[in-house]
Design a protein around this ligand. Structure first.
Ligand code: DQA
Length: 144
C-alpha cells in the first residue's frame, strides 16, 4: 500500500468558488487541494486530486486507486451521489476504503438529494462542513 490518498471530485465541482457560493462556499477546488496538501504533509500522506464531469471516469479512477495501492479515496461524487448505481458498485468492488465527502449537507436540501447510493458502501461520510469536510475526511483516513 502507498501513502497516496486519491481525492476524486465529480460533476460541476470544477466551478467551485463561482458555483452557488451561498451553498458551496467561495473556495475553489485548487484552494481545497492546497489545504489538503498541507494537511497531508503533516499526516505523512500524499494527495492525488482530480475532477471530472463524467461518471465512467470516476469508476475508472476508483479501479485505478485499488490497482495503484492507494491508501484511501476521498470521493465527492456530486450529483452522481444520488443517481449512480455504477459508483455504488465500484465502491463495493474495490477493497480500498472510500470516504464520501460533501461540502453541503444533502440531507437538509431537496428531497432528491436525500438518497446516497455511494453512502451505502462508503466507509464513512463527512458532509456539511464546507471545504473543511475534505480536511476532516483526510484526518479520518488515519483512523481507518
Ligand atoms: C455536493 C452535494 C450534491 O447534492 C450536489 O449535487 C453537488 C455537490 C456537495 O459537495 O455538497 O454537486 O456533493
Amino acid at each position: 500500500m502507498t501513502d497516496t490518498v486519491y481525492v476524486l471530485n465529480g460533476p460541476n465541482l470544477n466551478l467551485l468558488g463561482l458555483r452557488e457560493p451561498e451553498i458551496y462556499g467561495s473556495d475553489t477546488l485548487d484552494d481545497i487541494a492546497a489545504m489538503l496538501e498541507d494537511r497531508a504533509r503533516e499526516l505523512g500522506l500524499a494527495i492525488d486530486m482530480r475532477q471530472t464531469n463524467h461518471e465512467g471516469m470516476l469508476v475508472d479512477w476508483l479501479h485505478e486507486a485499488q490497482a495503484e495501492g492507494a491508501r484511501a479515496v476521498l470521493l465527492n461524487p456530486a450529483a452522481y451521489t444520488h443517481t449512480s448505481i455504477a459508483l455504488l458498485d465500484a465502491v463495493r468492488a474495490i477493497r480500498t476504503p472510500v470516504i464520501e465527502v460533501h461540502l453541503s449537507d444533502p440531507a437538509t436540501r431537496e428531497p432528491f438529494r436525500h438518497q446516497s447510493y455511494v453512502g451505502m458502501a462508503a466507509a464513512r461520510t463527512v458532509k456539511g462542513l464546507g471545504a473543511r469536510s475534505y480536511l476532516v475526511a483526510l484526518d479520518a483516513v488515519a483512523e481507518l
